[in-house]
Design a protein around this ligand. Structure first.
Ligand SMILES: C[S@@+](CC[C@H](N)C(=O)[O-])C[C@H]1O[C@@H](n2cnc3c(N)ncnc32)[C@H](O)[C@@H]1O
Length: 280
């Protein structure tokens, strides 16, 4: 009788706590008690690739091996949830074009608009921003836009850099915007003129050494990521974003997220189709 290798390597409660704390300290992502199966399922295959038979061995590898920094990047590729799509939460995007940008242009002292899509996952958000700025003609002649996209997952960032997307990414896209893509019915590539102002890079929102690379931003999008953090991580991340944003700059967070009890550095404005924060 052949002995089958089990698909999933067992994660003990003690090991789960070690991984949960490690992930939390590194990324701010907080796995609750009932999420043990996620770590068990997603990391088992990685353990096998590295020839580990127990989670504890993998934990020590992540902590002490000379390749630990590269492996932490891999760990985050496996544990982050990268769900996103083009033109997500369109009310906020409309507000950016119709209200935020015109308002910013009134007081701008230089001719560069800087927008940061923080936690941009595979890039649909920064490319949507680029398309809308182009389509609307909101920027007067002589002005240009720089759109930065960052994410903790290197795999997601690399996918964004490839700028190739499947149909599922367009589930909320008005057909009139498809002219900004070249497609064969299955794969769609973002046109070069939309890609040009977009710069994608890996970055951890919890680390001021990473977020400090983005200064004097006029607008920041940080949507659908605060939900993965506890209150302490939210405070750290929002503090970091606040330092990157110009006074009177705009911050958009996800519709199920709030800065209530997190920061008093922002004014909240409910504009009907959504919420926007401005830096005081
Ligand atoms: C659900 S996606 C949201 C994507 C996009 N903002 C949107 O609203 O469609 C959440 C992203 O947050 C990223 N993330 C999680 N923790 C992070 C951190 N500490 N720093 C940067 N990105 C992080 C994940 O890798 C993931 O791609």
């Amino acid at each position: 009788m052949s002995v089958m290798t089990p698909q999933v390597i067992k994660l003990t409660d003690e090991e789960y706590k070690l991984f949960r704390d490690m992930v939390y300290e590194y990324s701010g992502i907080f796995f609750q008690e009932h999420k043990k199966y996620i770590i068990e399922n997603r990391l088992s295959r990685r353990l096998k690739q590295l020839n580990f038979t127990a989670f504890k061995d993998y934990y020590y590898y992540l902590k002490y091996d000379r390749k630990k920094d590269e492996e932490l990047v891999e760990l985050m590729n496996l544990l982050t949830i990268n769900e996103t799509y083009f033109f997500r939460e369109p009310g906020q995007l409309k507000h950016m074009i119709n209200t935020a940008i015109p308002q910013l242009l009134k007081t701008k002292t230089d001719r560069v608009l800087r927008i940061w899509s923080a936690a941009c996952s595979t890039g649909e958000e920064p490319y949507s921003i680029s398309i809308l700025i182009k389509e609307s003609g909101v920027l007067p002649a002589g002005y240009r836009v720089e759109i930065f996209g960052t994410d903790l997952s290197m795999d997601a960032v690399n996918k964004g850099k490839s700028a190739r997307y499947r149909k599922i990414s367009f589930r909320s896209t008005d057909p009139r915007y498809m002219k900004y893509f070249k497609g064969d019915g299955t794969d769609f590539t973002v046109n070069a003129d939309v890609r040009m102002p977009v710069k994608l890079d890996r970055g951890n929102l919890l680390l001021s050494s990473d977020t400090g690379r983005y200064r004097n931003m006029d607008i920041i999008f940080c949507r659908n990521v605060l939900i993965y953090f506890d209150k302490e991580s939210k405070k750290r991340v929002i503090g970091n974003l606040s330092r990157s944003l110009q006074p009177q700059g705009f911050l958009y967070i996800g519709h199920s997220e709030t800065l209530f009890g997190i920061s008093d550095e922002f004014r909240m404005n409910n504009f009907g189709e959504g919420i926007v924060y401005t830096k005081k």
